[in-house]
Design a protein around this ligand. Structure first.
Ligand code: ADP
Ligand code: MG
Length: 816
């Protein structure tokens, strides 16, 4: 702690003022649109607030400050501005010892709980098919099903992706190029033209509102819009205003036809994602019907105390507020999905997610499992034979695993560790503990190549111990396969390394004690469950290199125990990473050529498989063609992408691994499953299209040998300066967890890697990146709930809703 000028320790109050005053001044004057990561060290501030309260600071003022700082990073710009001004005033009061005026707090929201006896009927109603709603017939139901909307509940959870504030429409004359706007106008002309090099048919229409004319242009779905846009039609148009040949235009605007006299002008209107065949208005009507008929009965059973703590309203009120915002509503929080209604729906959804995962974890933790009583002898022998010392993190994680394995319940642990952090050795030592106790162990990897690599590594490590691992993959010939299957069934094979082949029908273990899954995110829940079924409640160890911030991992994998291998072995060379602009592309190619001349190999990664009309991003297929006949003519170049068959992919990777190919042009399929020490350079094109965590995982494919390796990120500038700076974090940071945290903080587009495959129920309303705070709150409440009522025996309504939300998944997804 910094000492005060007079040499004494500053009081907690002084410390608080010292830390928070400068940033508050900044936010009270400047109004930054985006909050820089770590603009306010929130956790630290909250700690200081608590200490100041303990030290006897004005409790009321401090409680107000606590709320203010907690929500601050999540608030929109104008709220932050006001909050900063208020915060400064509060600080001044705090310092002067005056009694505080508590920040103006709105009255607590109302949470109307559903009566327990009404829950079942309401849930049944929610589960009814959309056709239950007036105005929805079989055809419409089918169209909506394509968007995943099949039940009435799905309709209610189909939240607007945007709101249109028709309280402030623009006239065409007022439109400013570059800005998004909404105008009401009349169609005055419609016609087609042929344009561009490839003679594409385009549709052009003109709309006028008396103040000016706006050109509307479509490149796709031209016939559909041509049919729909009749001269004289009044429409609401929304889109980005552009200028072309001096005309104002919108390309692919959203169009809504105004039908009656009572046009929905003047309010805040929800805009929904919809099937192409449906109009915006029709979609809106379906939602309105669902809201009117069922919305009021959606069960809300979290209880008033929980609701008050988190300032949420019941779901009936929340859905109403979100789908039919009142005229006077504040449109900014609605648009950012942070309104009370949004928060309430999200909180509720995440609460049941957490509750379900915790129950699952508890139920596994209570099952009987194997209590391994290993003396650690085998593991010790391996350790002495290793040419290196274990890192501190490896030691710690091994301790955590050993503790689980010794317990008489099944282990269910996920080890998260960066590429190269040494997960394999850790897994192997765990396997030795099981083997020493007379059990078998299995290590499963997502691809044949990876399985073979693991097998070779493991065989090398175990040779001094006289233990021989077996290999089991799909491509094994029957003659080679039979002895492995026999050995496993009779218990002669103590350790098997392989692919999905391990969990195929014909495989029997004599006594499987430990199942290990590498790159766990590549496996589905069912596959892990099968592995578990191969023994009598064996221990399960999952491994992943997918970087996920710790806080998120704890919540997301609430049903697993987590270990972090957060230390790389000493002496590792970080991958030399550089972000460059498009204009340096040729220099990058030269650089890659130079590496190839030295006998090295290269990866070139592109965001798309093939060129698409929808974007001008470069694609792997097109670039492979261009480069093979151009810049890299005469080099041995191969193509790898996700649409290739598994065998084709394996074959290409094998040849690359053998050095037959010098250059691998690929999409992100190379994320896992390949280890080629001679590959020392990677170029990732359109790097701005990827998440930082994903880029980090991709670059882990190089730097696997003794040579210094390079990763070059080419940014095509469409993400602007900010996007470029975001990428540069990778030049400085090599820790995956840190990179994932930054990804989360800047709330970049797209999901964090691996979330989609994590076997969780799909989220209808929540966005784990945006709603991470709510997620933590929901987790704490779910914990409290289970502490008070472990089996939910005293909360039948909660239990019913929980079952409804997870619909059978609880029992099914016992592992991971
Ligand atoms: P991961 O699976 O976590 O990406 P690996 O298990 O493949 O990493 O380990 C990467 C490399 O580091 C391997 O060559 C392994 O033998 C080596 N290694 C593992 N632990 C250590 C250590 N403590 N010190 C030095 N090298 C290590
Ligand atoms: Mg590995």
């Amino acid at each position: 702690m910094a000492a005060a000028p007079d040499g004494s320790n500053p009081s907690p109050l002084d410390e608080l003022v010292r830390v928070v005053e400068p940033p508050l001044r900044y936010f009270a004057t400047a109004r930054p649109k985006r909050l820089a990561p770590n603009a306010l060290p929130t956790e630290r501030i909250l700690g200081l607030v608590d200490r100041a309260a303990e030290a006897g600071g004005n409790a009321e003022v401090l409680a107000g400050l606590r709320t203010l700082f907690r929500d601050f990073p999540l608030e929109p710009e104008d709220v932050r501005h006001r909050a900063a001004l208020q915060g400064l005033a509060e600080l001044a009061r705090l310092r002067s010892g005056e009694p505080g005026t508590a920040p103006a707090v709105e009255p607590p929201p109302v949470y109307e709980s559903t009566r327990p006896e009404d829950v079942d009927a309401a849930l049944a109603l929610l589960a009814s098919p959309v056709q239950f709603l007036k105005g929805v017939g079989p055809r419409r139901a089918e169209q909506m099903a394509r968007l995943g909307i099949e039940t009435v509940e799905h309709v209610l959870y189909h939240l607007p992706f945007r709101y249109e504030d028709r309280r402030s429409l623009s006239t065409i004359a007022e439109l400013v190029p570059g800005a998004e706007a909404t105008v009401v106008a009349e169609i005055v002309a419609v016609g087609t033209a042929v344009a561009g090099r490839n003679r594409r048919r385009i549709l052009e229409a003109r709309a006028s509102d008396g103040s000016g004319v706006l050109t509307l242009t479509w490149f796709h779905q031209t016939s559909w819009f041509q049919q729909k846009l009749k001269i004289g039609l009044r429409v609401v148009l929304h889109g980005k205003v552009e200028t072309g040949y001096g005309r104002k235009q919108m390309i692919h605007p959203e169009v809504e036809v105004l039908e009656g006299e009572d046009d929905e002008l003047g309010g805040i209107l929800p805009v929904y994602e919809k099937p192409t065949e449906m109009t915006v208005g029709a979609m809106r009507k379906v939602v309105a019907t669902a809201l009117a008929e069922v919305g009021g009965r959606v069960p809300s059973v979290l209880g008033a105390p929980v609701a008050a703590r988190h300032r949420i309203v019941d779901l009936a009120a929340a859905f109403r507020a979100v789908h039919e915002p009142p005229r006077g509503a504040d449109v900014v929080p609605l648009a950012e999905a942070r309104s009370v209604g949004h928060r309430s729906i999200v909180f509720d959804e995440l609460f049941y997610l957490e509750l379900g995962m915790m129950l699952r974890k508890h139920s596994i933790a209570e099952e009987a499992g194997i209590a391994f009583r290993s003396s650690g002898e085998l593991r010790g022998r391996l350790r002495r034979a290793l040419p290196f010392e274990l890192t501190g993190a490896q030691d710690r994680v091994l301790g955590e695993i050993a503790h689980d394995m010794a317990a008489p319940h099944p282990m269910n642990r996920l080890v998260q560790g960066d590429v190269g952090s040494g997960k394999t050795v850790v897994a192997l030592m765990a396997a030795l503990d099981a083997i020493e106790c007379g059990y078998q162990a299995a290590l499963m990897a997502p691809t044949e190549i990876l399985a073979e690599q693991h097998h070779a590594t493991v065989a090398r490590f175990l040779a001094p111990l006289g233990i021989e691992p077996a290999l089991l993959t799909g491509s094994l010939r029957p003659a080679a396969r039979k002895p492995v299957l026999d050995g496993l069934a009779r218990g002669r094979v103590p350790l098997v390394v392989g692919t999905h082949a391990i969990i195929q029908e014909s495989v029997r273990f004599h006594r499987l004690g430990l199942g290990i899954v590498d790159e766990q995110h590549r496996f589905g829940v069912m596959q892990r469950k099968k592995l578990r079924g191969l023994g009598d409640n064996p221990d399960i160890l999952l491994m992943t290199a997918t970087p996920i911030p710790r806080t998120l991992a704890m919540t997301l994998y609430g049903d697993l125990d987590l270990s972090f291998l957060d230390e790389l072995p000493p002496g590792r060379q970080p991958i030399d990473t550089r972000v460059v602009r498009e204009k340096e592309r040729e220099r990058v190619y030269e650089r890659i050529g130079a590496e190839l001349d030295r006998g090295r190999q290269a990866y070139l990664v592109f965001p798309l498989i093939e060129d698409s009309e929808a974007t001008d991003l470069r694609s792997a297929k097109a670039m492979a063609r261009d480069l093979a006949t151009g810049t890299f003519r005469g080099r041995r170049l191969a193509l790898l992408h996700g649409q290739m068959k598994a065998e084709e992919k394996e074959a290409v990777m094998r040849r690359f691994q053998a050095g037959d190919h010098q250059i691998l042009v690929a999409t992100t399929v190379i994320e896992v499953g390949i280890d080629v020490p001679n590959a020392t350079v990677m170029m990732i094109d359109h790097a701005e299209q990827f998440g930082l965590a994903q880029l980090h995982q991709l670059r882990g494919r190089v730097g696997r040998g003794a040579e210094r390796s390079h990763c070059i990120l080419v940014s095509t500038g469409r993400a602007g300066l900010q996007g470029f700076e975001r990428l540069r974090l990778l030049e400085r940071e090599s820790r995956g967890s840190r990179i994932a945290e930054a990804d989360l903080e800047t709330r970049g587009p797209g999901e964090l890697l691996g979330l989609r495959q994590s076997g969780l129920p799909d989220f209808r309303a929540a966005n784990l990146v945006r709603d991470v705070r709510i997620l933590e709150d929901a987790r704490h409440e779910a914990e409290a709930q289970l502490r008070a009522d472990p089996g939910l025996g005293a909360s039948p309504a909660l239990r019913r809703v929980l079952e409804h939300r997870w619909r059978g998944r609880l029992g099914l997804a016992q592992v991971g």
